[in-house]
Design a protein. Structure first.
Ligand SMILES: NC(=O)c1ccc[n+]([C@@H]2O[C@H](COP(=O)([O-])OP(=O)(O)OC[C@H]3O[C@@H](n4cnc5c(N)ncnc54)[C@H](OP(=O)(O)O)[C@@H]3O)[C@@H](O)[C@H]2O)c1
Length: 332
């Protein structure tokens, strides 16, 4: 039997990617697509889909709650202020909710309980949950590189520095001056320094892994490319750590992971290896007490819609790779 899945925010970059993935997923019937700006048009017209999903008509916002309630599971690919009221209502009525916004990644006192949906690190918690907080794109790459090493005490938790470059789709489909082609093209700039919205999420998960507060210096930079995140992480080895022990920790965490590719060195990690896939690629090097790792993902797949589908697969007890292996396409 097919599981009925709906997407809210289906006209955004994450929502479009989710639509492509779920339209070809063997266990899913795409049952609802919510978008105000595309209301009344079909997925065939907007995305060039074929088959059953192509006939789905995008629904305006006033119809979302009723439409999403008829689904077994929903992906909320909108913003925090939309997810915060909508997700608990749907979850209480029995719909499995995967929220792509930052609304539930760092729980507040009155929040409904949400599981942080980074399968490689928290797989066991996912299957029984009603509400999954899908991780942010930068945190996905950074946490996958750092958490196994902090958990095993191989890195000093103090003094971590993360510089990460991102393609422009990471900022969503917004029409703002600073995201216009003429502003972005031929230029590179950092943004959100010391106040990026992913910092609370990074601090929370890194601190839990290390068992002490961790507060990395995080500098995100936009590149004039469409997709992909490459994070370069610099830290200090703990006294008992070595390159061999770090390799062992990565292998212990990831040897059987279908979406983690470990490379022998950071210079073998590149966006080309991951863009269009649900994979994260990680490579590291050690010199004296210095540690450096690079981690790369496709921000819209492993950083958003692909990870949401991975979580959906776990929620319904399917093979985690369903609908996610054999991807290789390049789209904005
Ligand atoms: N882009 C990424 O790489 C990425 C990665 C990880 C997580 N995320 C998260 O995923 C979510 C979507 O991101 P995105 O990049 O896809 O953004 P986006 O391209 O700007 O799309 C946002 C979507 O939300 C809808 N929307 C806008 N205002 C709304 C409102 N007031 N009420 C309801 N719907 C509204 C828009 O469609 P209509 O106006 O047509 O309804 C659109 O479909 C965000 O929370 C983002 O933080 C994004």
């Amino acid at each position: 039997m097919q599981v009925r899945v709906g997407i809210a925010g289906a006209s955004g970059y994450a929502g479009m990617e989710a639509t492509f993935l779920l339209a070809r997923h063997p266990r899913v019937e795409l049952a609802f697509l919510g978008s105000e700006s595309w209301a009344g048009s079909t997925a065939g017209e907007r995305l060039g889909l074929s088959g059953r999903a192509s006939r789905l008509v995008y629904a305006e916002r006033s119809a979302w709650e009723a439409g999403l309630e008829c689904c077994d599971a929903v992906l909320l690919a909108t913003f925090e202020d939309v997810s915060r009221p909508l997700a608990p209502v749907l979850a209480r009525r029995g719909t499995r909710v995967i929220d792509l916004s930052s609304a539930f990644r760092v729980p507040e006192e009155d929040d409904v309980e949400a599981v942080y949906g980074l399968p490689e690190l928290f797989r066991a918690r996912i299957p029984g949950s009603r509400l999954i907080a899908n991780p942010g794109c930068y945190p996905t790459a950074i946490l996958l590189a750092l958490v196994p090493l902090l958990r095993s005490g191989l890195l000093e938790p103090e003094g971590l520095v993360v510089n990460a470059v991102s393609g422009v789709t990471g900022a969503g489909r917004r029409a703002e001056e600073s995201y216009a082609f003429a502003e972005l093209d031929d230029d590179v700039r950092a943004y959100g320094i010391f106040r990026h919205r992913h910092l609370p999420e990074l601090r929370r998960i890194l601190s839990a892994a290390a068992g002490v507060p961790v507060d990395p210096v995080f500098t995100p930079t936009l590149l004039p490319i469409r997709r992909g995140i490459l994070a370069t992480i610099v830290g200090r080895l703990a006294p008992e750590a070595s390159a061999a022990r770090i390799r062992e920790a990565y292998l212990a965490a990831y040897a059987d992971e279908p979406f983690v590719e470990l490379r022998p060195s950071p210079d073998e990690v590149s966006l080309r290896r991951v863009v269009g896939t649900n994979r994260v690629c990680i490579g590291f090097a050690v010199s004296g007490s210095h540690f450096l790792a690079c981690a790369a993902i496709d921000n819209l797949i492993k950083g958003a819609a692909g990870q949401a589908v991975q979580n959906l697969n776990l929620l319904f007890g399917w093979d985690e790779r369903l609908g996610l292996d054999d991807l290789r396409w390049f789209r904005p």
